[in-house]
Ligand binder design. Structure first.
Ligand SMILES: Nc1ncnc2c1ncn2[C@@H]1O[C@H](COP(=O)(O)OP(=O)(O)OP(=O)(O)O)[C@@H](O)[C@H]1O
Ligand SMILES: [Mg+2]
Length: 185
């Protein structure tokens, strides 16, 4: 799936980014969210630049994940705005430079747009294998009623598989957004 994704042309990827925003605009939970975590596309992931521009335009706040803790393999979330400065993390992914005291913890977000490699029909999600999202949102596994933040996986339709085997630490998503659909679980 990663290979298939990386073989898409630039114009197909750009179009997918706009189509994902179109789907999100019809999703009330997205429209009601003020603190939204996004990502900078890497490895052929669907670009969220149109969605980020939309959030800025609506005066809602956008955050990007930053690695945190020595070997802790967790993430904090740094405010991303038009004047952000960036520095690359160990995976060469740019992170906004924000003092640690001003970084948001994962439980302070309203909604999280997460990249993924594959998803199935009941909300299981396969990531890149680092466990960063699973660790950072582990508290959601112990909650049944109050579900915040809402986790939304962003993917191409071809990234869907029939059944993904899930492990006890995997945190399922609340919905998947593709260029053509919004699937709620
Ligand atoms: N809550 C957790 N506590 C401790 N270890 C964890 C936790 N969540 C995941 N891990 C570890 O992280 C490793 C990678 O997990 P997994 O293969 O599910 O990653 P992933 O879901 O693909 O990645 P990501 O969460 O970054 O998208 C696993 O070997 C697991 O042991
Ligand atoms: Mg996992």
């Amino acid at each position: 799936m990663r290979q298939q994704r990386s073989e898409l042309t630039e114009s197909v990827q750009q179009a997918a980014g706009f189509d994902v925003l179109k789907q999100l605009k019809n999703y009330s939970a997205f429209q009601a969210s003020h603190r939204v975590a996004a990502y900078l596309a890497n490895d052929g992931e669907i670009p969220l630049s149109p969605t980020i521009a939309h959030l800025w335009h609506k005066n809602r706040k956008c955050y990007l994940p930053v690695l945190f803790g020595f070997g802790g393999r967790r993430m904090h979330f740094s405010h991303y705005h038009s004047k952000s400065h960036f520095s690359n993390n160990k995976y060469d992914i740019p992170e906004p430079v924000v003092p640690i005291k001003e970084q948001l913890k994962s439980n302070a977000l309203d909604l999280v747009l997460m990249p993924l490699v594959a998803f199935d029909g009941i909300g299981n999600r396969l990531g890149m294998g680092g466990g960063y999202y699973d660790r950072s949102f582990e508290f959601l596994r112990f909650r049944s009623v109050w579900k915040k933040p809402r986790l939304i996986g962003v993917a191409y339709d071809f990234q869907q598989v029939d059944i993904l085997q899930s492990d006890p630490w995997d945190v399922p998503v609340d919905a998947i957004v593709t260029p053509t659909r919004l699937i709620r679980f």
